[in-house]
Design a protein around this ligand. Structure first.
Ligand code: F6R
Length: 605
């Protein structure tokens, strides 16, 4: 949440900052701003609204050093005054910040008692004043002194008219990367803003700062000890961050799923021993046999992918498994067991709740592996090992291809754990072949998009939508409902099909459509009974099912997906529900890639 950029080099900073902000806009989009260092003064331009509004109002400038910010409001409503950068009272210091300063109320009171006039409602503004008042002999000393008074999380970039050749950055709980160029340096919350200029990236760690100049950088800790960093090369190319001919990133990413799943499977299927090859787990077979339980932690859609994973691992590997929102887990006092394998799942690798859950687990000596998309991200670096998703960059706020690769990676993990235990070679081979077939099968589902466009027309007229699924289908229903609420703003709720008659059936009427997940598996008869109960109460239905399942007389729309192995069916059932949410949002005219109130990469509590 919130995107930070910075540039110091020989080129005009404004176009580079604006380009970086546009690429980070998915992190927050209620206001945007930038500050460049002119001769002896800082010029700030900021506005409520999108980066394109900022672009219109920002004049050309010869300045070659600056910082920028795109905001997702936490303290203070979106407004010009609350937009970043924030200046110190004397205009000497400018600050952009991602994160939350927990003791900002006390710091504001203290600053006001010192006679400082605060001009915004943000927690960030205090940092600019604290740095200006710190009186250090260098900017980095002043930043260190100011941060000693600050409690909370931050990714921070600071410029100072008195040290016009540098940007000082700091990280604690909010991501921050340096991009190393030729006689120029970049700063960003995410590689998305960097790949146009450089693939050479340095990840800062929590509690680390850097002083960045055109010809290089040095890093140090909050207690001023120098640190050593290695530069890593990012694989993702600029093209992957472009929307191309697609109207939205979300639909582009939905259509990239066959390739994303191929990427996730590449080199990981072992057809000789009918298992998965997962070198990055850093767990050997003997250790894996000692695992008595699997606990999966993630947030939002990643949590629903985790529910799918738990179901599959329990079914295939016969290890008790469950998923819990990381955001809940970290606030209770969970029992941590020696022989439990903890799995953190996250697209961004920066979700704060998941990251803190991992850190808490590690502190208590647990073994945690990560299923993460962004290479080198905080969660990936915290975990003992893991499976990178290789989905490519996901830009749309609503997660689609990352979610599908999470499900793919869980299938690989389940297969591997199963084959170390009691899953036969024959069943292993069945799953290997099922996984190999998935990319083509997903492509087949995507070819059926027209039927979903039609269904979206009538679904968009609803106020509320029910999603039902049973056992393997339930996480699919939950994720389908999540996608619809996020981008169409319709109220959507998922239930286990089996639970309908225990309460929610009371709500069924001609006004309440139901989206039903109905694979042709051992539970088909029970699911069909529930569909009859809904139809008998005039509930309109969209049913996602397999060929040969006769529901045409019951449902307004029927979407058929190819058959996979029963354990893998949820991966295919999920795709039409993504398309449905997308097309309903398009019918309703919403900003699909930037849904209201949300932002990608939730790096605050
Ligand atoms: C849903 C969505 C969110 C994320 C959640 C976790 O479409 O995007 O629910 O899934 O915020 O994010 P990551 O996977 O980055 O940890």
């Amino acid at each position: 949440m919130c995107g930070i950029v910075g540039y110091v080099g020989a080129l005009p900073a404004v176009p580079i900052l604006l380009d970086g902000l546009a690429r980070l806009e998915y992190r927050g989009y209620d206001s945007a701003g930038l500050a460049v260092l002119g001769t002896d003064r800082i010029d700030v331009h900021k506005t409520v609204g999108r980066v394109r509004v900022l672009e219109e109002l920002t004049p050309e400038s010869p300045a070659t050093l600056g910082i920028g910010h795109t905001r997702w409001a936490t303290h203070g409503a979106p407004s010009d005054a609350n937009a970043h950068p924030h200046l110190s009272a004397d205009g000497r210091i400018a600050v952009v910040h991602n994160g939350i300063i927990d003791n900002s109320v006390a710091l504001r009171e203290w600053l006001q008692a010192e006679g400082v006039r605060l001009v915004s409602e943000t927690d960030t503004e205090v940092i600019a004043h604290l740095i200006a008042l710190a009186g250090g002999d260098t900017l980095e000393h002043s930043v260190l002194a100011a941060l000693a008074q600050v409690e909370g999380t931050y990714g921070l970039a600071v410029i100072d008219t008195e040290q016009p050749d540098q940007i000082v950055v700091a990280r604690n709980g909010s991501p921050l990367l340096l991009g190393v160029g030729e006689q120029e340096m970049h700063v960003a919350s995410d590689a998305a803003a960097l790949v146009r200029y450089t693939r050479q990236i340095v990840h800062l760690d929590d509690g680390e700062l850097a002083t960045v100049r055109a010809d290089g950088f040095h890093t140090f800790t909050l207690d001023a000890q120098a640190t050593r960093k290695t530069t890593v090369t990012v694989d993702w190319s600029l093209d992957e961050y472009e929307r191309g001919a697609h109207e939205h990133f979300m639909i582009k990413e939905i259509h990239e799923q066959p390739e994303a799943v191929r990427g996730c499977l590449r080199g990981r299927l072992d057809t000789r021993f009918q298992t998965a090859h997962l070198g990055g787990l850093n767990i050997d077979a003997r250790e894996a046999r000692e695992v008595r339980r699997v606990k999966i932690l993630g947030c939002g859609s990643a949590y629903y992918a985790g529910q799918f994973g738990a179901q599959l691992i329990e079914e295939v590997a016969r290890i008790p498994a469950d998923a819990e929102p990381a955001s809940e887990f970290r606030y209770r006092n969970p029992v941590i067991e020696r022989d439990t394998l903890y799995v953190a799942v996250s697209q961004s690798g920066e979700t704060y709740d998941t990251l803190v859950a991992v850190q808490e687990l590690k502190r208590k000596g647990a073994r945690v592996i990560g299923l993460v998309n962004v290479v080198g991200s905080s969660i990936a670096r915290e975990c003992h090992g893991g499976i990178y998703l290789h989905a490519g960059p996901e830009v749309a706020v609503a997660s689609t291809k990352a979610l599908t690769t999470m499900m793919t990676a869980f299938s690989l993990l389940g297969l591997w754990l199963g084959r170390i235990r009691d899953l036969s070679a024959a069943d292993g081979g069945r799953l290997v072949r099922g996984l190999q077939a998935l990319p083509e099968q997903i492509a087949t589902v995507l070819e059926g998009e027209e039927a979903i466009v039609d269904a979206a027309q009538w679904m968009a007229k609803a106020q509320n939508v029910f999603y039902v699924g049973r056992v393997r289908g339930y996480p699919v229903a939950r994720e389908g409902a999540q996608k619809l609420k996020e981008i169409s703003y319709l109220h959507a709720e998922a239930y286990q099909t089996s639970e309908l008659k225990h309460g929610p059936l009371a709500l069924i009427s001609s006004d309440l459509p139901t989206v039903a997940v109905v694979p042709d598996d051992e539970l088909l008869d029970r699911n069909l009974t529930a569909l009859h109960e809904i139809a008998a109460r005039s509930g309109p239905m969209l049913v996602v099912t397999h060929d040969g399942v006769d529901v045409d007389d019951l449902a307004q729309s029927v979407i058929r997906v190819p058959r996979s192995e029963a354990e893998l069916d949820p991966l295919l059932f999920n795709i039409p529900l993504q398309l449905l949410a997308y097309h309903v949002a398009v019918v309703l005219g919403h900003d699909v890639d930037k849904p209201r109130n949300l932002a990608k990469s939730v790096t605050v509590e």
